[in-house]
Every structure is written in structure tokens, then in C-alpha cells.
Design a protein around this ligand. Structure first.
Ligand SMILES: [Mg+2]
Length: 249
């Protein structure tokens, strides 16, 4: 590795950037990354967990040997050379008092929403987010679609988010209406830029970031636009390889 590349890293989104969406990486990609890691350090960042991503990148051992850093769940769970170096979750971050206040409010609000059907699991606490679901996550596929149509007409989730934004402005949360039935709630900055804080602390000076959803609203947009990265927008894994060959001949 030359001096100038010593503190440089290539940071990749996985789905659509290194692999076809939700599919394994091609042999060509794996071979190329293996060559590239001799020139520059590699890292990936994904909303998924290490197990899922390792499956896509030819197993855990291979993932660890190819990538110096693995940032699962956007970096809330961070690995360096295969070792866990930091772990953060939303309860730790918000504190139990705030979580309780927020959950209590949402339970009352959901109880009062007038929608045709309600099932079970209206609130789900995950590592990095709180998932709110007015119809309940236990709904059937048919009920899911029914809610989705109802929501398009009556803006149930949009109205819910407006209320939450006002009520919890002081907690600095972000609300994303995702998929057909739910709202994801997470602290500001808990997108893919979360892992940039870790790389900064690690003394990495130059970060090339590659993502396929680097447009407003896409989950690579924040990291792509961040001042700490050199952002690269790609359409698919083939384009990622082409671009890398130009950058690191
Ligand atoms: Mg992607």
C-alpha cells in the first residue's frame, strides 16, 4: 500500500452496489475486491445485520478477510478485522424515560386512530429504530394491502408523523414512512453517516463512498452528500467495478 492510500478507505453500500439486490455477490466481484484490498482498505455499511450481509459476501470468514471494517445496522454494530469495536442501540441512546414517554404517546394515539382493521404488534423496538404500525405487524397480506390503500386515501401515517414531529421535537428524532404499513423512528444521524463517525475516530482521512441509492430519499443519500466522503453514485455492481478500476488502476 502506498503512503497516500494508507489512510484511505473505500466504503460500500451492499445491496445494488456490491451485489444484486438481496442476492450474493458474483465471483467476478469477489475476485476483484480481493485484488483491490491489496491497494486500499475496504469497508461496507448496510442497514442489515452481519449474518445477512456475510451470506451475500461469501460467508463470514471471507467478509472479514476482504473488509477491514464491517458496519452492520448502519454502523450501530461495528466490526474491525472481525472484532466487535462498538455497539449502540436506541434505548441506550434515548434513555428509558424518553422511550417510555414516546411509546406511551404512540400507544394512545394508535388506540384512537379510526381505521377499518387492527391486528397485533403496533410498536416494535429494534436495535436502531422504533417501528410504528397502525394496523399491527401481525396483519395478513390482504390486510396489509387493505391498510395501504386506506392510508393512501386518508394519509393515516402522514398525519401521525406530523403529530409526532410536533410532540417530540425535543428528542431529535427522524420519522420515515416506509413500506406499506409502518413508520420507522430513529435518532437524527442514525443513517449511513453513523459509521463515518467511527471511521473519523479511527483516523481515516479519505473516504470514498459508493451507493446505488444516492438520491434524495434514498438510503445512501446522506453518506453520499456528507462532507467527510467523496461520494460515488452507481447504478449496479458492474458500474462499481468499472469506477473502482478508474480510481485505483
Ligand atoms: Mg443499495
Amino acid at each position: 500500500m502506498t503512503d497516500s492510500l494508507e489512510s484511505t478507505i473505500c466504503l460500500f453500500d451492499v445491496d445494488g452496489t456490491l451485489t444484486p439486490s438481496r442476492n450474493p455477490a458474483t465471483q467476478e466481484m469477489l475476485q476483484y475486491l480481493n485484488e483491490l484490498k491489496g491497494k486500499v482498505a475496504l469497508a461496507w455499511v448496510s442497514g442489515s445485520d452481519l449474518v445477512k450481509i456475510s451470506d451475500q459476501l461469501d460467508g463470514r470468514e471471507n467478509t472479514i478477510s476482504l473488509f477491514k471494517y464491517c458496519f452492520a445496522e448502519n454502523g450501530l454494530v461495528a466490526f474491525k478485522e472481525g472484532n466487535l469495536i462498538s455497539k449502540q442501540d436506541i434505548v441506550k441512546h434515548m434513555g428509558d424515560k424518553n422511550v417510555k414517554e414516546f411509546v406511551n404517546f404512540c400507544l394512545k394515539y394508535i388506540a384512537d386512530i379510526d381505521i377499518p382493521k387492527k391486528r397485533g404488534t403496533f410498536i416494535e423496538l429494534r436495535t436502531g429504530l422504533i417501528n410504528l404500525c397502525p394496523v399491527g405487524r401481525n396483519c395478513s397480506q390482504e390486510e396489509r394491502e387493505e391498510f395501504s390503500d386506506f392510508d393512501m386515501e386518508h394519509k393515516v401515517r402522514e398525519k401521525f408523523v406530523e403529530v409526532l414531529k410536533k410532540e417530540f421535537a425535543h428528542m431529535k428524532l427522524r420519522f420515515v414512512i416506509g413500506g406499506q404499513i409502518s413508520i420507522d423512528v430513529f435518532p437524527e444521524g442514525w443513517d449511513k453517516t453513523f459509521c463515518l463517525n467511527i471511521l473519523e475516530k479511527e483516523g481515516v482521512k479519505t473516504i470514498h463512498f459508493f451507493g446505488d441509492r444516492a438520491y434524495p430519499g434514498g438510503n445512501d443519500y446522506e453518506a453520499y452528500m456528507d462532507d467527510r466522503t467523496i461520494g460515488h453514485k452507481v447504478k449496479n455492481p458492474d458500474e462499481t467495478i468499472q469506477l473502482l478500476k478508474q480510481l485505483f488502476p
